[in-house]
Write a protein that binds this ligand. Structure first.
Ligand code: NDP
Length: 252
């Protein structure tokens, strides 16, 4: 029998996999043997990302705020690799403003990308996973799934919602042998947080002071949890929200 972390023959779809944390996870999944479809909007970023996957990946352009695009993404994955075993709902963005300054359009965009998109992709992936005998869904939350921040009302609402969506899907789809878990990354050095560092005074110092590991995470720090949650080794793990944060969430 294949090892608990062996993904040979498995097919993974990673939204927002063309950069940052999604690419870090995709690289881990590819190294463990999976074929990968990266989804996102930016083809230029995707070229560089595919080069890092050693020929194990394809890119499919999709905007996850569009339910039809999510359905087409799952169809394209099945057309390319005949099955879908692993979905990583990683596409995400933030608008950093005080709550009273957030416009309804900004609120909607953050929720549509981070929460609606995860639901649309999971809903589209379900029949393929059920018919294939099971599957793994990995949703990306945040420290903002746990804590509040003055500049993150919409983002925090979306990431809190991701944890509850994870739990409901885990319960609903357990009889189909589909495990659904959330990963809550701490502060990881990506394009998203480079913007945050520029926009939020003192953020870099606060992150370094509170993270017991004493550093920002890197996208590669998320590879191990992705492989674990995608492999046979996590078949009895479902509905969990697992911090990967260098200790941030347990530090006072
Ligand atoms: P990046 O900005 O590097 O990655 C975000 C990815 O999402 C991009 O590849 C982008 O691709 C994609 N994306 C954004 N909007 C859409 C959309 N509408 N449709 C399809 N794809 C979209 O940031 P991170 O790697 O940091 O973020 C990845 C995830 O991790 C997010 O969910 C984020 O909230 C979460 N996270 C990040 C943390 C951090 O410290 N960095 C901490 C906790 C959580 P494209 O531009 O091509 O559409």
């Amino acid at each position: 029998m294949a090892g608990p972390m062996d993904l040979t023959g498995r097919v993974a779809l990673v939204t927002g996999g063309n950069g940052g944390i999604g690419l870090g996870m995709a690289k881990g999944l590819a190294e463990a043997g999976a074929a990968i479809v990266l989804a996102g909007r930016d083809r230029n970023k995707a070229e560089a990302a595919l080069a890092e996957l050693g020929g194990r990946g394809r890119f499919v352009a999709a905007d996850v705020t569009d339910p039809d695009a999510c359905a087409a993404l799952v169809d394209a994955t099945r057309a390319a690799f005949a099955r879908l075993d692993i979905l990583v709902n990683n596409a995400g963005m933030s608008v950093r403003k005080q709550p009273a300054d957030l416009t309804p359009e900004e609120w909607r965009l953050v929720l549509a990308t981070n929460l609606d998109g995860a639901f649309y992709c999971a809903r589209a992936a379900y029949p393929a996973m059920r018919d294939g005998g099971g599957g793994k869904i990995i949703n990306i939350g945040s420290m903002m799934s746990l804590f509040g921040a003055s500049f993150a009302a919409a983002y925090g609402a979306s990431k809190g919602g991701i944890v509850q969506l994870t739990r409901s899907l885990a319960v609903a789809w357990a009889p189909d042998n589909i495990q659904v878990n959330a990963v809550l990354p701490g502060w990881i050095d990506t394009a998203l947080t480079r913007d945050a560092r520029a926009q939020v005074p003192g953020l870099n110092e606060r992150v370094l002071a509170r993270t017991p590991a004493g550093r920002w995470g890197t996208p590669d720090d998320l590879a191990g949890i992705a492989v674990f949650l995608a492999g046979r080794g996590s078949d009895f793990v479902t509905g969990a929200a697992i911090p990967v944060d260098g200790g941030y969430s347990v530090s006072g």
